[in-house]
Write a protein that binds this ligand. Structure first.
Ligand code: MGP
Length: 255
């Protein structure tokens, strides 16, 4: 089947919650609910999240900072005009990219229909619904179709989703496989599930890509991605709130 942009807004379902009261919130999400205004400043304007999305959503000040930084980490020409958020989730980063007004095109990909419905709804709350092209699908499948030189596979991606690799930046905030990273002094990125560092990097390598990773990620594993003899620079930035790192972003050059 051809992968196409979502037409209109997917319907919100019973999984798309807006919790007003702590008593409604599942116990394992209560910590995040207490941080709701740091996560979405406009939370009270009917922001919606699926229960799974609470764990991975990027807090708004960090999403805004990344959206600001991401261009200044572009070392190559030509100018980048397209950004693809490979794991859009409830929309935190995608919305920040659209609000930054730096991109001709912002594409957000999300596999789960209810989570994507939340992202579209939240983008409308922030007034950027029309500035984002949404794709309901698997981002690695999307990248495989994008990169394929086989005309048959290329036909499986709507022409409106084709991009110029040299003008595109990928942003990936993947699932980290739970919260076990908290218990590890150094997080082994080869154990990240369902996609580990190598798989993600392999899928993204023709384009510049920024990878949002656990704050304790093993920097040696990130450095190993730069091929021998290549002088390319990889920048890794810790993003902090209230004096503590929340996560790091590795800014990877295109190969
Ligand atoms: P956290 O470690 O759960 O929170 O997530 P905190 O408050 O730093 O933990 P504590 O040790 O102080 O109790 C920190 C940040 O990591 C969150 O705000 C999310 O942005 C991000 N994050 C967490 N998880 C589990 C994921 C994930 O699976 N994927 C992605 N992309 N981001 C995540």
């Amino acid at each position: 089947m051809t992968l196409q942009p979502v037409k209109g807004a997917l319907p919100l379902t019973e999984k798309c919650h807006h919790y007003d009261d702590i008593n409604e919130v599942p116990w394992d999400l209560q910590k995040y609910w207490h941080q709701r205004y740091s996560i979405f400043n406009f939370y009270d304007y009917d922001i919606r999240l699926t229960d799974d999305a609470w764990f991975g959503v990027t807090p708004e000040p960090i999403a805004t900072k990344i959206a600001k930084d991401i261009r200044s980490h572009n070392h190559s020409t030509p100018r980048k005009d397209t950004i693809i958020d490979l794991f859009a989730g409830a929309g935190g980063n995608t919305i920040a990219f659209a609000l930054s007004e730096k991109w001709d095109r912002v594409i957000g990909i999300e596999k789960d229909a209810a989570t994507l419905a939340c992202a579209q709804h939240n983008a409308a709350v922030y007034g950027v619904a029309d500035a984002i092209t949404w794709v309901h699908g698997d981002s690695l499948d999307f990248l495989a179709r994008l990169k394929s030189t086989n005309p048959k596979s290329q036909g499986k991606l709507d022409p409106s989703l084709r991009v110029d690799f040299s003008k595109t930046v990928l942003f990936a905030s993947p699932p980290w496989g739970g919260v076990s990273y908290r218990g590890q002094d150094v997080f082994d990125l080869s154990t990240m599930e369902p996609y580990n560092l190598e798989t993600l990097h392999e899928a993204c390598r023709p384009m510049e890509h920024a990878l949002f990773l656990p704050r304790t990620s093993d920097l040696r594993q990130i450095a190993e991605l730069v091929p021998d003899g290549d002088n390319s620079k990889v920048e890794v930035v810790q993003y902090c709130m209230e004096g503590a790192s929340k996560a790091m972003v590795a800014y990877m050059p295109a190969e």
